[in-house]
Design a protein. Structure first.
Length: 112
């Protein structure tokens, strides 16, 4: 098969295409052009990668809601919006782990 990108060379089967999702790296099979280096991941491999990412909880609905933190006598509070609460089936009595990731990110994990 000729490379659809450069149309100069044939695609070679490879098993070392590296894809990154949210800081996690996946190595998958696919094809690479020996001329321009363009890589092509077949749908089956891509779906497998997405499935693993979903299981890891790093592939989901892209949702970024803006909220304002508020103060209470016991510390800073963050209210979880209703749509996230319903989607995650939260009851309000779950225990959570909160981790600082980098300079401006927090990770909140539900403890099961």
């Amino acid at each position: 098969m000729e490379c659809p990108n450069c149309e100069k060379d044939k695609l070679m089967e490879v098993d070392d295409i590296v894809s990154e999702i949210e800081g996690h790296f996946f190595v998958v099979k696919g094809k690479r052009c020996s001329n321009c280096g363009e890589e092509f991941v077949p749908e089956k491999e891509g779906q497998k990668m997405v499935g693993i990412a979903r299981n890891l909880g790093i592939w989901g609905e892209p949702l970024k809601l803006h909220r304002k933190l508020s103060q209470s006598a016991r510390g800073t509070m963050l209210r979880i919006p209703n749509d996230i609460e319903k989607n995650m089936k939260l009851k309000g009595d779950e225990k959570v782990l909160i981790s600082k990731i980098g300079k401006n990110k927090l990770l909140i994990e539900i403890v099961t």
